[in-house]
Design a protein around this ligand. Sequence first.
Ligand code: MN
Length: 193
Amino acid sequence: MQYTLPKLPYGYEALEPYIDAKTMEIHYTKHHQTYVDKLNAAVEKYPDLQEMAVEDLLKNIKTLKVEEKDRAAIVNHGGGHANHSFFWQIMGPKKEIDDKLVDDINSTFGSTEEFKKKFTDAATARFGSGWAWLVRDNDGKLQVYSTANQDSPLMQGHTPVIALDVWEHAYYLKYQNRRPEYIENWWKVLKLI
Ligand code: MN
């Protein structure tokens, strides 16, 4: 089985003006596609792994019976595939507020505004390329942190709830070096809260 690009749940222009159509098109058809292609290459010698969902590859990353260079490639490209597939799903042109999640956020962080501040800080402070996350940890509690490169919270048994791509390729065409402005506008296309 080959890993494939998931269908984008909206058009390239759907998140305008906050995320421009050109960025969406390149991000999805070039960057995400490349992660998919390189993941397929990384598991080429391992027919058993090819049958696993990408999320399961990442959850079991430490114990996969693979060469170390292939494990590193699965982290990078499997992570890239899983992270982007998740990222497309939580954005949209219309809010679809998850009331239960909002309640959980309010009781964990004090208020939605406090949560946004904490998440924004994590996204802004990530040096170089990476992601900001809201996850559920092993005890089901919400946590905010960032990861480097394409590292996925799934690798430490955490479940992604909200993700923000802060690689320059996610915003450079429209925002150049202005990551804080990208993050501020991104809240408008996050569906869930
Ligand atoms: Mn990206």
